[in-house]
Ligand binder design. Structure first.
Ligand SMILES: Nc1ncnc2c1ncn2[C@@H]1O[C@H](COP(=O)(O)OP(=O)(O)OP(=O)(O)O)[C@@H](O)[C@H]1O
Ligand SMILES: [Mg+2]
Length: 270
């Protein structure tokens, strides 16, 4: 059985590949999980509803953000199946834009989401939270709910600053913080700058995952197909990247992985 976990994509920056990661990793997790009866759930917390769009899902009537996170309705009633076996979804809609206000008004503002999400782990081995780009009340709830944060980083020096800021923010929290799993997103290996930056940054930050997601036309086509890449282009380099990324995430959740120094060395040599 794979290690169970609540995983959230997180980055204050917009457009870095958070949703693409959730959709493709969740699809991968479900494929792998089917063999052992481990189900996967995606909870789309972004009012833009991009993950819901990729899975062709509409929210169920009356399952609005407010009622969902306030615990007034059973969250399980909001779950809808996707086209893929073992993979379910809680769709988002525009009402989710008010989640910050709803959470602020809650009795324990930092923990409302946790109360909704945690019970779902009885049914689902992996729960993915797709988050909007911000630092907000919702982020605090996500930090309290997730076992790990998947942090896509575009290979630029500035992106690393955002990662450093996230790490120091989490370190200052009194509550237990999720494991941070950064990885490179939209990597263009043809660009010398990308290659050099990745080598340098991996040496300086050994906790960055080895697998980077390439900049890929297939990922861009997800919108037209409304599906994860593996459902319409199995040969794409993005499919093997997401598969590798998922294996690495599972290994980290399991407490595994090469020692930090060896990892950095092997990356530098790659
Ligand atoms: N690996 C990739 N290669 C090429 N294009 C990508 C890749 N990952 C994401 N994109 C494209 O970049 C855009 C942003 O991706 P995505 O929606 O996943 O980012 P996001 O971080 O979730 O954005 P937001 O902050 O708005 O929620 C999309 O048009 C997507 O198709
Ligand atoms: Mg997104």
């Amino acid at each position: 059985m794979p290690p169970m976990a609540v995983l959230a994509t997180y980055n204050v920056k917009g457009g870095v590949g958070k949703t693409a990661t959730v959709v493709n990793l969740a699809h991968r997790a479900a494929l792998a999980g089917n063999a052992v009866g481990a189900r996967t759930l995606v909870f789309d917390l972004d009012p833009q509803g991009a993950a819901s769009y990729y899975f062709r899902a509409a929210p169920k009537a009356r399952q609005r953000g407010k009622t969902l996170v306030s615990g007034k309705v059973d969250v399980r009633d909001a779950i809808t199946p996707t086209d893929f076996p073992g993979l379910d979804l809680i769709p988002s809609d525009f009402s989710f834009r008010n989640l910050d206000v709803v959470l602020d008004a809650a009795k324990d503002p930092g923990r409302s989401l946790q109360r909704v999400v945690r019970p779902l782990t009885k049914q689902y081995a992996h729960v993915f939270l797709d988050c909007p780009p911000s630092i907000s009340r919702l982020s605090e709830n996500v930090f309290n709910s997730a076992d790990a944060l998947l942090v896509p980083i575009i290979p630029t020096t500035l992106s690393l600053r955002a990662l450093d800021q996230l790490n120091s923010f989490l370190a200052k929290r009194k509550q237990r913080s999720p494991m941070v799993l950064p990885f490179f997103s939209m990597v263009d290996r043809r660009k010398r700058l990308h290659r050099e930056l990745i080598e340098d940054l991996c040496l300086a930050h050994p906790h960055i995952l080895r697998t980077g997601v390439p900049s890929s036309a297939a990922v861009e086509r997800m919108g037209a197909h409304q599906a994860p890449v593996a459902a319409f282009d199995r040969q794409s380099s993005a499919v093997s990247a997401y598969a590798g990324l998922w294996d690495e995430v599972l290994a980290r959740l399991d407490g595994g992985g090469a020692p930090a120094r060896a990892r950095a060395r092997s990356r530098a040599q790659a």
